[in-house]
Design a protein around this ligand. Sequence first.
Ligand code: HDE
Length: 700
Amino acid sequence: MARTTKHGSEGQGNRADPELGQVAAERPGAPSMTTNQGVVIEDNRNSLKAGARGPTLLEDFILREKITHFDHERIPERIVHARGSGAHGWFRPYQSWASITRADFLQDPKRKTPVFVRFSTVAGGAGSNDTVRDVRGFAVKFYTREGNYDLVGNNIPVFFIQDAMRFPDLIHAVKPEPDREFPQAASAHDTFWDFASLMPESLHMLMWAMSDRAIPRSYRMMEGFGVHTFRFIDAAGGSRFVKFHWRPKLGSFSLVWDEAVKIAGADPDFHRRDLWDAIDQGDFPAFEFAVQIFDEEMAASFDFDVLDATKLIPEELVPLTPLGELVLDRNPDNFFAETEQVAFHPGHLVPGIDLSNDPLLQGRLFSYLDTQLSRLGSSNFHQIPVNRPKCPFANMQRGGHMRMSVEKGRVAYEPNSLDPLSPAQDPDRGYTHHPEAMESPKIRLRPESFADHHSQARLFWLSQTDVERTHMVAAFRFELSKVDTLAVRERMVGHLFDVHPELGGRVAAALGLEMDGDAAPVGREVAPSDPLSILKKAPETLATRKVGCLAVDGVSAATVDGFRRAVERKGGKLMIVSMKRGGFRSAEGEMIPADFFVQGGPSFLFDAVLLLGGATPPADFLMDAAARNFAADAFAHLKAIGADEGGVALLARAGIGEADFDEAVVPLASKVTPAAVSRFLSAAARHRLWSREAKVNAPV
Ligand code: HDE
C-alpha cells in the first residue's frame, strides 16, 4: 500500500512499513533522540538542504555533529593484543589467605570481588581471525576494595624474550612485514623466523607456540599464567615468591590445525562468539586461580633463574595451591566502552602483591601506562567507567584531556593547612614495596643464570604425548614452509636439533632439508612433567560442547529429539543444520527449524556431528559439496560421528567407507537404540579420536 509522509510517497508493496514505529510518539517509554547537547532531533534521516533536490547547508549543525563524531569513532588499536573479547564476572577466594598475603581480595571466602577479563590474540589487528596460531592474552582486572589489581597474563607460562629491550624487535618481526603489510596475524613468514632463529632464548616459547596451546578450542578452555615471578607480602611484611596460574574448570582443549584454518574462514569470530554465547546462555566460564609459592632459598636451589621469563617452575618442584575461583557471568553492554577501552597495566598493584626484578616485567611497568596515553588519549583514562576503581580514590592530580571528575575547593597540593579534609598520605594502609636489599654496579648485562635456552624447551618436548609431538612437528613444518629464505629455515632447524635430535630430525625430514644435528642435545638432563601436556589431563566431558545435527526432509523428529535430550543431559547443546535455513520436514510431518543452512554451518563449528540422511537420502543431499565436506571434515578432524543409513551413504560419497569406521563412528539403525546413543555420547565426550589421525594425515 502506498503511503504519503512528509518525506514523500513510498510504495510499500507487501513489505513491512519501515516508517511504522520509528517516531517517539509511537514508541511508548523510548526516549526522544537528541544531539549531544540534548536538543531533540526532529528528523534523523534527511540533512538540511536548500530545497528537496538542492545542496546541503553548512548550517546543519545536527548533521555536522553526527558526522564529526562518526569520523572520530576509532581510537588507535593496541600495538599488540589488538584483537580481544571481554567479560565481567567475579572472583572469590576459597578461604582466607592472610597467612601468605595481605591482599584484601584474598582474605574473605564470603566476599566476591568484581572483575573484568579480556582475552586476546597477540599478533593480529583488531579485525583479525580468532583461530590463528598465536599466544592468547588472559588479562584480569580485579576491582578490589583497596584499588584495582591487574593480572596481565597469557595462556602460555613463558615468553619469547628475557629482557624488555628486545620486545619492539620481537613484535616488529612477527607483525606484517612493513613493506607489504602481510601476512596478517601470522608468525609463518620470513621476518618472524629470521628473528627467532637468531634468538635462541625464544626456543622454549616457540615449543609452546607450535603446540596445540596456540590454537585453543575456546577462551573458556585454556589455561592462563602470570608468566613472571611476583611476590606475596603478608601483614607482617613477610615476602614469598609466587607464580600465578588460571585453570579452566572445563579442562584445556584445542583445535586441530586444519580445523583452525577452516574456522578462520567460516567464522572469524569463533572465540568471541563462543564466549558471548556461553555467557548469554548461562554457561558461565569458570577458572581456578592457583599459585606456586616458594621462597628465596628455594628459588636459589633451582637450576634456572626465577627472574627469567623464558623458564617455568615444573609442578613437580613446586605444586599448585588453589586460591579461589573466577566466574565470568556478564557480557559487556558495549564493546567499545568496555572491552576496547579497558586499560590493563602490570603496575596496577594492591597492597600484598609485589613485583620481582624480572627484566621483562620491569620493562612492562613502563610500557602499559605509556601506551594508554596514546591509545586512550589522556592521563585521565582511569576515569573511564571500565577502568575506574570501585573503591574511593582521591589525590591532588588535576586537569588533563577529558577530565570527568569535578574536584572542589582551592587546595590542589599537599602538604596543606587550608583544607583539613583533603587527601593525605597514609603510612598505615598505604602500598609498601618489599624492601629488597640492593647493591650492584649499574650495568647492561644479562646474568649467566639466564644462559640455558635448551633444557626447558626439551622438557616441554619430552612431556608431550606422541600425538602432541606430532602436532608440534607439523606446526614447525607449516610455519617454516612459509619461510622463503633457506638459510633461515636451516638455522631454525639447527636449533631444534639442539633441543632434541628427534624434533630436529623430524622437522628437517618434513621440510625436505638434508640436515643432521649432534647426537647430544644441548643443556641439562630433564625429567618430563605431565602437567605440561594438555592431552594427559584432558577430562572426558560434553559440558557446553556443540553437536551439529545435519538432517534432511524425512528424518524422524523423535530421533532428533532423543539425541537433543541425551546431549543436553550431558550439558551439551544440539544444533540443527539443514539443506535450507528454514529447517526440514520430519517424517512425522512437522517443520523442524534449523540453526544453520549447511554452507553456513560446516562441521568444524561443532565438537561432534550427527549425519541424518534418512533411509532414502535425497539426491541433493548426497551430491551437495557442503554436505559432503561436512562429513569429510568431521572425520578428518577426528570427531565423533553418528550416522544413519543416509549418513553412511554421505560418508561414502565423501570417500569414507565402512572399512574406515572406527569406535568414534557410530552407525545408527532406523530405530536408534539407547546403546548407540550412549556410544555416540561417550565418543563425543572424548572430544577427538586421536588414533584416527594416522588414517587421515600422512606421517610427519
Ligand atoms: Fe604485553 N603489552 N608487553 N605482555 N600484554 C600490551 O598494552 C609489552 C608481555 C599482555 O587485553 C600493550 O594496553 C611489553 C608479557 C596482554 O588489553 C603494551 C612487553 C605478557 C596484553 C604491551 C610485554 C604480556 C598486553 C598493548 C615486554 C604475558 C593485552 C596495549 C617487556 C605475561 C591486555 C596495552 C589487554 C598488552 C607491552 C610482554 C601480556 C604495548 C613492552 C610477557 C595480555 O603496553
